[in-house]
Ligand binder design. Structure first.
Ligand SMILES: Nc1nc2c(ncn2[C@@H]2O[C@H](COP(=O)(O)OP(=O)(O)OP(=O)(O)O)[C@@H](O)[C@H]2O)c(=O)[nH]1
Length: 492
């Protein structure tokens, strides 16, 4: 093939809104064309393409922004009249590339780039225009390879989904799976926790790079000074894909140095969303040890990986929420909502378990029943809310004086039961007396003090729950009949 530089008959078309960019391109690459047309608007470019055959259209996207302009540039590429196209795309707008590629084959370079690199890109585009047949063949080859890569990664991701029980492990396995993509030296998963706290969930490194150290933190990452330039943070902030194909293009020499030190030549970051258009829930990032020119299919492949990861993350979160909910439900079905003591069902279950344990190991076990005296008058005099409050204070006061191995259960209304493990009749009587005296001295908010009547039973080795409760009931009645505010021993 002839040296493209010698083919001075080439017609070139360069589009950019800024006069100085057009002048710069003219001086950098003007020599490479027989004739170079400069367009300052998309309409001018369309008109030029209509008037003559163009051998290379160079669209410099610097200064273009917004969905309307993206659509207009897309239309230009779609209707370019056969002109091979080179897109110069600022790295902060790299998310435009997949969309523009959908409008037709194109070469691209991420900017800013040096003059020499622009010249090389123009030379390459002129020498190898993406002719339709060759491009189709290449696409087929690329597709086959990408599909193989994608399938490998998806299989690893499926394995990661198997460990969904623990979100941290799942995230590490996702990063491990993504690291198997050719040329990838580092992958990271960033996840948005409550109140916009972006955290580094997991990373997999083949180059000893720790992006937590690089950013100086692992949580509240959007507060990092790098949040507007470091691709994964930028992807979360903008909700768009970010492709940084040379670390120095981000404009932070220190960051560029750290990445080059770890042999990172290119970073690709994709936002994670539960649903299209939904809020950004994090990002995944890939760091490559080489410059790669991605095809439209490769961009699509990365986007579907991001969707897969979002799904895994969503499932994992759901599982976490379900576990929390299940925990709450269990608690609700075992705890009395008013006083926080165990409910009757739980109280009887614990008494049953403790009876079996005491029987098996020959341990002492006592049960104490108590009931607030004349509680009806508290409600009648002060109202139900004050009565509720009194119940809470009595339960809290008693509970605070028990050992952690003891259980307080609310059996009904103003009647409670204590299961006191490793306790014989004598100690149970002492405990009951201490509780009686304490409650009699306890101030209650909004009403007079109350007293309690108590019944104490030492559990016999051959006794069951209902027998113990019956004995306690009878003894409690005796206590009430003997004038209340006293302790009665339940006879075996
Ligand atoms: N505020 C409030 N009161 C309750 C609750 N559960 C039961 N009660 C009340 O507790 C009172 C129990 O009354 P009684 O069974 O006659 O017993 P008492 O007035 O305490 O009399 P003695 O037990 O014989 O000393 C009733 O007024 C019930 O309405 C509750 O959850 N909150």
């Amino acid at each position: 093939m002839a040296d493209p530089d010698s083919r001075r008959d080439h017609v070139g078309l360069f589009l950019n809104l800024a006069g100085e960019r057009r002048t710069a391109f003219q001086s950098e690459c003007g020599e490479m064309f027989g004739r170079l047309l400069l367009a300052d608007t998309i309409d001018t470019a369309v008109a030029s393409l209509g008037r003559q055959k163009v051998d290379l259209m160079v669209v410099d996207l610097g200064g273009f922004e917004g969905a309307v302009e993206l659509a207009a540039v897309g239309a230009l590429i779609r209707g370019r009249n056969g002109a091979p196209t080179l897109v110069l795309c600022p790295y902060v707008s790299s998310c435009w590339l997949p969309e523009l590629m959908a409008c037709g084959p194109l070469h691209y370079r991420i900017t800013p780039i040096l003059a020499a690199e622009t010249q090389q890109a123009v030379r390459q585009a002129l020498a190898a225009p993406l002719d339709a047949a060759a491009a189709a063949q290449q696409v087929l080859l690329d597709k086959e390879k990408e599909l193989r890569d994608l399938l490998t990664i998806q299989r690893s991701l499926q394995r990661a989904l198997g460990s969904i029980d623990e979100i941290g492990i799942m995230a590490s396995q996702v990063c491990l799976a993504l690291c198997s993509f050719p040329g990838v030296r580092h992958t990271a998963l960033l996840h948005m926790k409550e109140r916009g706290d972006l955290q580094l969930m997991a990373q997999e490194s083949r180059n000893h790079l720790d992006i937590g150290r690089l950013m100086g933190r692992r949580d509240r990452l959007l507060q990092s000074p790098l949040h507007e330039i470091f691709p994964p943070l930028l992807a979360v902030a903008t909700g768009e894909m970010v492709l940084l194909d040379a670390p120095e293009k981000a404009g932070d020499p220190e960051l560029a140095l750290s990445l080059h030190d770890r042999d990172v030549q290119m970073v690709l970051a994709l936002p994670l969303r539960n649903e299209p258009g939904g809020p950004v829930q994090g990002a995944i990032s890939f760091m490559f040890d080489r410059h790669l020119q991605f095809s439209r299919e490769q961009f699509a492949c990365f986007a579907s990986l991001a969707q897969f990861v979002s799904f895994a993350l969503g499932m994992s979160e759901l599982k976490h929420q379900n576990d929390a909910l299940a925990g709450k439900l269990t608690q609700m079905s075992t705890v009395d909502a008013l006083t926080g003591a165990a409910n009757r069902r739980k109280g009887e279950e614990i008494l049953d378990n403790e009876i079996r344990r005491a029987r098996r190991y020959g341990l002492e076990l006592a049960a104490i029943s108590f009931d607030i005296d004349n509680f009806r008058s508290v409600n009648d005099l002060y109202g139900y809310p004050i009565g509720d409050q009194a119940l809470r204070v009595v339960a809290g006061t008693v509970s605070a004086r028990l050992r952690t191995s003891d259980t307080l259960a609310r059996m009904r209304g103003e009647e409670f039961m204590i299961v006191a493990t490793h306790t014989g009749a004598v100690d149970a009587l002492k405990l009951a007396e201490k509780l009686r005296a304490t409650i009699a001295d306890t101030e209650l908010p909004g009403c007079d003090t109350v007293t309690i009547s108590l019944a104490v039973a030492q559990v016999a080795p051959d006794e069951g729950v209902s027998a113990v409760l019956e004995r306690l009931d009878a003894a409690l009645h005796r206590a009430k009949r003997s004038g209340r505010n006293c302790v009665e021993l339940a006879m075996p």
